[in-house]
Each structure stands twice: as structure tokens, then as C-alpha cells.
Design a protein. Structure first.
Length: 196
């Protein structure tokens, strides 16, 4: 019975992902439009920033985010960038701190490129790509908006440790682990200081 449930869980998760993402896009439509307008009014450039990311089976896909950096900023992983590399827009820090910049990724979930929970999709130039290549299980799961590494330090975690967290998730992939990640992510969101 357990083996059957384990085989069916990916299908169940994919169905829930798509339905929930579509529902959230409808509910959050006013927030999405307002945020896009705010980005456009406070800085030059497009409201959305599309970056190439590595997804399931090592395939590249285009991931959208609300643009939080100026158009002249360099494209690189946060862990190796300096303050000079990241030139934030007037509302960029707020978007990052509240994770509002991540909301357009609901489109990627509906499309099938991403899931709500899974290893974060990396830039092709990210140093963590080399670390992830050591774990074959990682290519079997869709990347997510939040994951095990995100609830255990996010950007403060080294690429090597991130790869270990992500590989553990890919091996243990199940409802119980996903539920734990959701609960811990919600706790982190509740602790976020929206005024600072």
C-alpha cells in the first residue's frame, strides 16, 4: 500500500500544484498588477525579469520574478555577489524581504516548470550547479519556490550544504516532508518584518 501511495504522490502533487497556483493567480491578481505597476513607476525597465534557470532533468526554462534590481545590475548568484553587483530599485529590498518578487513564479508552476516545494532553480552560472551534479536524484524532481535549503538558512547556506539538503529532499520526496517544509516556510513568512 505504501509503495502505491509513493508512486501516486508525484501525480497528486503535480495536480495540487497546478490547481492551487491557478487559484492563487486569480485571488492575487490585484496584488500582482499593483506590484507590477509599482516596479514600473519606481524604476526604468520592465516590470518582470525573466531569467534562465536549470529545472527538472537539467532542462533550462525561463523563470519570471518582479524586477527588484536596476537594469544595469549583473546576473549572478546572490551568494557570490557584492553590494556593487546588486543595485536595488527603490522598492527592491521590500520586494525581496517580503518575497513578493517571487509571486510571478506561480505562472511557472501552472506551466509545469516548477512546483511549490522543491530545490530552488539555479542560474546556469551558479557555483552550486557543480555540487548538485554529484547527486543524480536531484534531476528527478521539479524545482520549487521554497525547499529544504530555504527553511534551513536560505542564502547563508553554502552551495555544498544546499546540494545536500536538495539531494535529501529528492530522495525522501513525500507528503510528510512537503508538509513540514510548508509549515516552516509559513513560520518564516510570519517572522518577516514588513516595516524595516
Amino acid at each position: 500500500m505504501l509503495s502505491i501511495l509513493k508512486r501516486l504522490y508525484p501525480v497528486f502533487k503535480r495536480t495540487v500544484d497546478r490547481l492551487l497556483a491557478a487559484l492563487l493567480l486569480l485571488i492575487l491578481f490585484p496584488v500582482l498588477v499593483s506590484t507590477w505597476i509599482a516596479v514600473k513607476l519606481t524604476s526604468k525597465g520592465p516590470g518582470l525579469f525573466w531569467s534562465s534557470r536549470i529545472g527538472r532533468d537539467g532542462d533550462a526554462f525561463r523563470m519570471p520574478k518582479f524586477r527588484s534590481m536596476t537594469v544595469c545590475s549583473k546576473i549572478m548568484a546572490r551568494e557570490v555577489a557584492s553590494n556593487e553587483d546588486f543595485k536595488m530599485t527603490p522598492i527592491g529590498n521590500f520586494l525581496r524581504r517580503t518575497s513578493l518578487d517571487e509571486l510571478p513564479q506561480l505562472l511557472s508552476i501552472v506551466k509545469g516548470d516548477m512546483s511549490f516545494i522543491g530545490p530552488r532553480p539555479l542560474l546556469p552560472c551558479d557555483d552550486a550547479i557543480t555540487e548538485r551534479a554529484k547527486y543524480s536524484d536531484l534531476c528527478k524532481v521539479r524545482p520549487g519556490i521554497t525547499g529544504l535549503a530555504q527553511i534551513n538558512g536560505r542564502n547563508s547556506v553554502s552551495p555544498r550544504k544546499k546540494a545536500r539538503y536538495d539531494a535529501f529532499y529528492a530522495r525522501k520526496f513525500c507528503l510528510v516532508l512537503d508538509a513540514k517544509i510548508v509549515i516552516e516556510t509559513l513560520k518564516i513568512i510570519r517572522r518577516t518584518d514588513l516595516i524595516k
